[in-house]
Design a protein around this ligand. Structure first.
Ligand code: AMP
Ligand code: GLY
Length: 395
């Protein structure tokens, strides 16, 4: 089977790493990929938002399956364009991807499907959460516990010039549950947890994600099946009922509140960086699963995985480019997996190229062991302005 992965981040590197271990894989391609992906797949200089060029690339390479990593091309209809030309794709149609692309659509679908979520509030009054309606790369959400926070959030949301909503503030531990879905059928990955705030102790602004781990001490791996019954399947039925069945990865961001499980958001693709803490545990073959064979749920090992995101100077406000990166080989020599997220090669030298630069994944028999392995490896990497959280997977 010839597979093309679309995207260039740490999630796509994890997908490529996992696909490259498959027995059913023939050729592996990526567009555009990154220097880490280039060690495992043929990279093509085609951007994820250039649909015309991606369709011709897939035809030229006689690709059997396109795996789309990021949400933006899915929301913009890349999967539809590929399918119209007879190319199989892992990723939903634009109509089904609205479950991520529009928070108000997601709320409407959840209400129709009877899936518990935060209530929309008619007036903005603390405590509450202000949310941009469309895609915002994890940066369109303001959690307001005080009037002061709300007074800062409202102008910031208005300044983006896009519709936004206000909803009830939920409290409790968060978890992410991924289901591989084909219409009304779905199989679950075990729960994972990510860390969205930039600073230790969940301080500071939201980011695209600063770390992740699995398994979770408070939610066993096998709880995912019941969560899929409660949350994902009703939404999949509702989308199918509306004539827009979902094919691909349906990601539920959940909160375990005192009143029970609540959905915070749905995403229409693998989560970043949770994928980087799930796929390294995968024992089965990823290719058949993404190609639509849901006869078996993904089999994960009992090992634990902890992923530390190394971000660049100024993140999340700005990106960093061209800063030399040292120590990746030393980190890999410890046995850790180093996934590239925002890197580039300048004259053969690895440099920063984005906000989140690298993901370091440690594995171990316990979360504690995996965490020690991840931080030990991360400590061997260095670049000017490097920032990371020191409390990933520590409770
Ligand atoms: P979202 O982009 O909807 O995933 O929101 C990003 C993050 O904001 C979530 O992971 C939560 O940490 C936080 N958040 C979003 N909605 C709520 C809510 N209703 N109550 C509490 N926290 C929330
Ligand atoms: N981990 C958050 C996201 O992928 O949106």
């Amino acid at each position: 089977m010839r597979v093309l992965v679309v995207g260039s981040g740490g999630r796509e590197h994890a997908l490529v790493w996992s696909l490259s271990r498959s027995e059913s894989l023939g050729e592996l391609h990526a567009a555009p990929g990154n220097p880490g992906i280039a060690k495992l797949a043929h990279c093509h200089p085609v951007r994820a938002d250039d649909h015309v060029a991606l369709v011709s690339l897939a035809r030229e390479l006689r690709i059997d399956l396109v795996v789309v990593g990021p949400e933006a091309p899915l929301v913009a209809g890349l999967a539809d364009e590929l399918r119209h030309r007879g190319i199989a794709v892992f990723g939903p149609s634009a109509a089904a991807a609205r479950i991520e692309g529009s928070k108000s659509f997601a709320k409407e679908v959840m209400e129709a499907a009877g899936v518990p979520t935060a209530r929309a509030l008619p007036v903005a009054r603390p405590p509450c959460v202000v949310k941009i309606d469309g895609l915002a790369a994890g940066k369109g959400v303001w959690v307001c516990r005080t009037q002061e926070e709300l007074d800062a959030a409202l102008p910031a949301a208005e300044a983006l010039g896009r519709p936004f909503g206000v909803e009830e503030l939920l409290e409790g531990p968060e978890l992410s549950v991924f289901a591989v879905a084909a219409g009304e059928a779905a199989v679950a990955f075990p729960p994972a947890r990510d860390y969205k705030r930039i600073g230790d102790g969940d301080e500071g602004p939201n980011t695209g994600g600063m770390g992740s781990f699995s398994p979770l001490p408070d939610v066993p791996d096998d709880a995912a099946e019941q969560i899929v019954e409660l949350v994902h399947l009703p939404v999949l039925h509702e989308l199918a009922r509306r004539g827009t069945p979902f094919q691909g990865l349906l990601y539920a961001g959940l909160m375990q509140t005192d009143a029970g499980l609540r959905v915070i958001e749905f995403n229409c693709r693998f989560g970043d960086p949770e994928t980087q803490a799930l796929l390294p545990r995968l024992e089965g073959d990823l290719v058949p699963l993404l190609a639509g064979d849901l006869s078996q749920a993904p089999q994960l090992s009992d090992r634990a995985a902890v992923t530390i995101v190394l971000a660049g100077d100024g993140y999340p406000e700005r990106s960093d480019r061209g800063t030399p990166i040292e120590g990746v080989e030393d980190a890999e020599a410890t046995g850790a997996l180093v996934l590239h997220a925002g890197t580039a090669l300048h004259g053969g030298k690895l440099v920063t190229n984005g906000g989140r630069i690298l993901n370091v994944v440690g594995l171990g028999t316990t979360v504690e062991e995996a965490r020690t392995a991840a931080y030990d490896a991360a400590g061997r990497i260095d670049f000017a302005g490097m920032q990371f959280r020191s409390d990933i997977a520590s409770g």
